[in-house]
Design a protein around this ligand. Structure first.
Ligand SMILES: Nc1ncnc2c1ncn2[C@@H]1O[C@H](COP(=O)(O)OP(=O)(O)OP(=O)(O)O)[C@@H](O)[C@H]1O
Ligand SMILES: [Mg+2]
Length: 457
């Protein structure tokens, strides 16, 4: 029989009969690879065989046994919070990140922590030998545990065999790109292999109530190599991020069926593994220069957690008659807009100036409450007027130069207070009917416009 081949986009999984330079679905270039077509019937039979032994019948929704409050806790606070308050039994989570960022380390630490709570954990290491994993475990001082099993295996059928045999509550697959189904002829890491392997393992995990973790690699462009399709299949997608030359790592939920996606966890990579960073604001502010213009501290929110970040502005005369407005960690379009407000509403002369903005510490600020801080950083740099060292700034800026109220003002102000700030510029509207909100050690300075805020410096 002649084997039929199809061309599959390695980015989104779209199939086509011929090769194409650009995928019509996800618009990725050069992503089509020829693969052996798998007949539909064969696909489903593989899944049914491997997940065998599980009878599934419709049940009444009200009779479904919910294990809601029985989440597995790793006691790594930053990890549990990003998971939405612990790991839901039977959930499937994908952890993605750049090479060498520490994916294996975090799943190993979480796995060991779960094993210590009495859960049976199976760590399937496809990329490293059992010895390598043991060396890492020794380095990060995770004592070997009765309940922590490890195996070096990439064949999905064998892995499902181990799951049936061992009956673990938590399974970690490191990584999903190296495991493969022998039935499929395409190579490991291809869209077909990743999708089918993940489907088989997911189905098995769901039917047995096993919490499953997939580790996945991220490509240069920041996408999970190949399978975007995987993101739809799993319950949660976490990204492990970090700057190349910094030891800080951020775990961010991109999708979570059991919790908020706004939460982040901050870690530091050390010789003894990943350590939780309980007070990130301190790190972001520790190198703040004293008495220099253009530096403003803003309490931003990441999920339910406030962070203080330093925003730095620099304004210089443009050399070539073509002005540049560059922003690091902040939306450049938003910066242009705020600069236009300063120019038009406050009469500042920015028309022939280059404006640079930097958010210190590699943080990306999307919070509109940082608007006023950004405006003051630019204004402070232009006028060479220092923002007092003990002053934090809050407020969204509108096009007519008005300062608009921000959400969750109490936790933001409290965070500033906790770090020793004694004054905070806040939107006037936020204090209108907040009788109960009266912080003790920090003075609130209400403002209605950007001009008013500038006058308070
Ligand atoms: N002795 C050590 N001291 C400090 N940091 C170390 C030490 N050994 C390893 N690391 C850190 O651990 C990182 C590797 O962690 P890990 O193997 O968990 O990453 P990974 O994301 O799983 O990588 P891969 O993509 O190769 O699977 C290194 O990049 C390094 O930053
Ligand atoms: Mg690894």
């Amino acid at each position: 029989m002649k084997t039929k081949t199809v061309f599959v986009c390695q980015n989104c999984g779209t199939q086509a009969a011929r090769w194409m330079g650009k995928c019509p679905n996800c618009e990725e270039w050069n992503s089509y690879v020829e693969e052996t077509a798998i007949p539909r019937s064969e696909q489903s039979s593989i899944r049914v065989q491997l997940a065998a032994g599980v009878a599934v019948a419709p049940v009444l929704l009200k009779e479904v046994d919910v294990l809601q409050d029985r989440r597995y806790m790793t006691s790594i606070g930053e990890f549990d919070r990003v998971m939405g308050g612990g790991i839901v039994p039977g959930s499937v989570t994908l952890i993605g990140g750049d090479p060498g960022i520490g994916k294996s380390t975090i799943v190993l630490q979480a796995g060991c922590a779960l094993a210590r709570t009495g859960l049976k954990v199976l760590y399937v290491s496809g990329e490293e030998s059992v010895k390598q994993a043991k060396m890492r475990a020794d380095r990060v001082a995770q004592s070997a545990n009765e309940n922590f099993f490890i195996v070096n295996e990439i064949d999905v059928e064998t892995i499902t065999g181990y799951i049936h045999q061992l009956n673990p509550q938590v399974v970690i697959i490191d990584s999903i790109q190296v495991v493969h189904l022998a039935e499929l002829s395409s190579s490991p890491g291809s869209v077909a292999q990743v999708r089918e392997s993940a489907a088989v393992l997911t189905q098995l995990a769901k039917s047995r109530g096993v919490s499953l973790f997939f580790v996945g690699h991220v490509t240069k462009e920041g996408m999970l190599a190949g399978p975007r399709v995987l993101e739809h299949m799993v319950d949660g997608v976490l990204y492990f991020e970090g700057e190349r030359y910094s030891s800080y790592r951020v775990l961010r939920a991109n999708k979570n069926r059991f919790g908020s996606t706004n939460e982040i966890g901050v870690f530091e990579m050390t010789a003894t593994g990943l350590q939780e960073v309980l007070n990130p604001s301190e790190i972001f502010l520790c190198e703040r220069p004293e008495g220099s213009s253009g530096s403003v501290v803003v309490p931003i929110m990441e999920g339910t957690r406030p962070f203080l970040v330093e925003i730095q502005g620099l304004v210089s005369r443009s050399a070539f008659g073509m002005i540049r407005q560059k922003a690091q960690g902040f939306d450049a379009n938003r910066l242009s807009l705020l600069a236009a407000v300063l120019e038009k509403r406050l009469g500042m002369n920015l028309g022939d100036k280059d404006i640079f903005l930097n958010v210190v510490g590699g943080v990306k600020v999307m919070d509109p409450a940082a608007d006023l801080g950004v405006s003051l950083a630019v204004a402070s740099a232009l006028l060479d007027k220092v923002v007092p060292h003990d002053m934090a700034v809050l407020g969204e800026v509108g096009l007519s130069g008005e300062v608009r109220s921000v959400a969750q003002i109490a936790s933001r102000v409290n965070e500033a207070q906790k770090l020793g700030f004694t004054r905070c510029i806040v939107p006037k509207n936020n204090l209108k009917n907040k009788n109960d909100f009266k912080p003790s050690n920090i003075r609130l300075i209400p403002v209605a416009t950007v001009k008013e805020a500038l006058d308070k410096l």
